[in-house]
Design a binder for this molecule. Structure first.
Ligand code: PGA
Length: 261
């Protein structure tokens, strides 16, 4: 399965380039030499360029993929076309050229506030794969206990038409909507049931050996207090962290705890 992945989703924060740089530098200083965890920082689009500069500052001239050990850059969304007359959109190719390696797709806030449906999300996942960005497909039910139907459909629709040979490049983030930003995380037991359900669905869509290679993340009110429970006890391979990633000390604490497992 490889190293655990920890993804920081900064969402629509911070609001100045200085603050963004400050936050990134504080994290980079502590995690750049970490060995057992892959850390991905996903800032807002407008700060990606400067953060990539900062990430690669000591290794000028290297390809984006080889710049800073286990610290990488990702985006929070992308469009499904490479270029053209699409006012306001950011293409996966632009993100790739800025040094991104990952892109979050279908976050519940995109589904809720921007009416992103599974069909759009599927186009974005395919576009990301075409550009060789690793998509992090977000899924999750709005109401506790509804996991079966909702999450099953989100996976099936989000991955529609994606060949078995490429699906292992996709990571699946289980983020129950009721746990996001609420301070009410899913129990490790609930997260384990979700992880098993995601693997079962992937086995049905592809096969078991492929299902075992797809990284599954948990997201929703993760803190330094509960992070280990998901990786150790809940069969999750990775974490997607919102609020706690905006505090460098707290985020680094999470990374260190998982690194030492
Ligand atoms: P949270 O957000 O950690 O603030 O709950 C997680 C997410 O939305 O990705």
């Amino acid at each position: 399965m490889g190293k655990p992945l920890i993804i920081a989703n900064w969402k629509c924060n911070p609001t100045t380039s200085k603050e963004a740089e400050h936050l990134f530098v504080a994290v980079k200083k502590e995690v750049r030499n970490i060995k057992n965890v892959e850390v991905v920082i996903c800032p807002p689009f407008v700060w990606l360029g400067q953060i990539f500069e900062e990430l690669s500052s000591s290794k000028k001239g290297l390809a984006p993929q080889s710049v800073a050990g286990n610290l990488r850059l990702g985006a929070q969304d992308c469009f499904w076309e490479e270029r053209g007359a699409y006012t306001g959109e950011i293409s996966p190719l632009m993100l790739k050229n800025l040094g991104c390696q990952y892109v979050i797709i279908g976050h519940s806030e995109r589904r809720k506030y921007f009416q992103e449906a599974d069909e759009i999300i599927n186009k974005k996942v395919k576009a990301a794969l075409k550009t060789r960005l690793r998509p992090v497909l977000c899924i999750g039910e709005e109401v506790e206990d509804e996991i079966g139907l909702v999450v099953g459909e989100q996976i099936e629709n989000g991955l529609a038409g994606i060949a078995a040979a490429r699906v292992r490049e996709v990571a699946i983030a289980y983020e129950p909507v009721w746990a996001i930003g609420t301070g009410l995380p899913c129990s490790p037991d609930g997260a384990m049931k979700a992880a098993l359900f995601v693997r079962k669905t992937l086995t049905k869509l592809y096969d078991r050996s492929i299902a075992e290679k797809v990284k599954i993340l948990y997201g929703g009110s993760v803190t330094s207090q509960n992070a280990i429970d998901y990786i150790k006890g809940a069969m999750m391979d990775a974490l997607l962290i919102g609020q706690a990633s905006l505090n460098a000390t707290e985020f680094v604490k999470i990374v260190n705890k998982i690194n030492e497992l």
